[in-house]
Design a protein around this ligand. Structure first.
Ligand code: SF4
Ligand code: SF4
Length: 243
């Protein structure tokens, strides 16, 4: 991954305030911007060197922390969307990654997925169950083999009806299943971080499916991430689609 060029907190803050996300709803972008500005303020108050903060943004750590906190808050609400979900162990239509992007994840998540799969015995591959399934899935039990390392896209997807998930996995739209709003915030924070660091550092995203497949093939982390890197517009498109 490329190293960040010199920047300072005041410049980064101004860039973030001016950053615009084409296609992402202004309400989502503004909330994500405010949360990322708070993250910047906190980092500065903690005397985090700006180069380290830029590196955190490259890796997607602010997106993960902010989106993760949002997800945890929603999950705790008794009357929230997690209150009556149909999700159960061994139910895995949501692990069929039917989109062309293979599941959008950050660098930190891609490294976690690769590391977790690299520690497991080779063999089970979700694609033995379904050709578009995530390779991290156990095709027999249909349980995630890297549950603790699963990325935000997996954590934020819930459903009231597994048949809706099955329909969606075949490309048929259905109500009642999808990611909660925390995923939109996570994507928008990452996209804003990229916009703020434009010309200073690259902020990539990766295909979950491609990273997992490479890890199962024994490909080392650097090569796996290089091969799984998305084109820049993938993040913008996904942020716009979900906002
Ligand atoms: S999101 Fe859908 S497919 Fe996934 S566990 Fe929940 S009900 Fe099952
Ligand atoms: S990482 Fe785990 S939860 Fe996520 S899509 Fe793959 S198998 Fe499913």
């Amino acid at each position: 991954m490329s190293k960040a060029k010199a920047v300072d907190y005041a410049t980064l803050r101004k860039r973030l305030e001016k950053a615009r996300l084409k296609g992402t709803a202004s309400e989502t972008a503004d909330r994500a911007r405010n949360l990322l500005l708070v993250y910047l303020d906190h980092a500065q108050a903690q005397n985090i060197p700006i180069q380290e903060l830029a590196r955190q943004i490259q890796q997607g750590l602010p997106a993960l922390r902010i989106g993760g906190a949002d997800l945890a808050a929603v999950a705790e609400k008794p009357d929230g969307p997690f209150g009556d979900i149909a999700c159960a162990s061994g139910c895995a239509f949501c692990c069929i990654l039917a989109g062309e992007d293979g599941g959008v994840i950050t660098e930190a998540e891609a490294r976690n997925v690769h590391a977790a799969l690299s520690q497991l015995p080779k063999g089970p591959d979700g694609r033995a169950w379904h050709p578009r399934a995530c390779p991290s899935l156990d095709p027999e039990t249909r349980m995630c083999r890297i549950y603790d390392a699963r990325p935000m896209i997996c954590r934020s997807y819930i459903s009231k009806d597994a048949t809706a998930c099955e329909a969606i996995s075949t490309g048929i739209p259905a109500d009642g299943a999808g990611v909660v709003g925390a995923q939109s915030i996570y994507l928008a924070v990452h996209a804003l971080g990229r916009a703020a660091l434009k010309g200073i550092a690259t902020v990539p995203t990766f295909s979950l499916s491609a990273v997992a497949a490479a890890a199962l093939d024994g490909i080392d982390e650097a090569e796996a991430l290089q091969g799984a890197k998305h084109k820049p517009r993938t993040l913008d498109d996904e942020s716009a689609r979900l906002s």
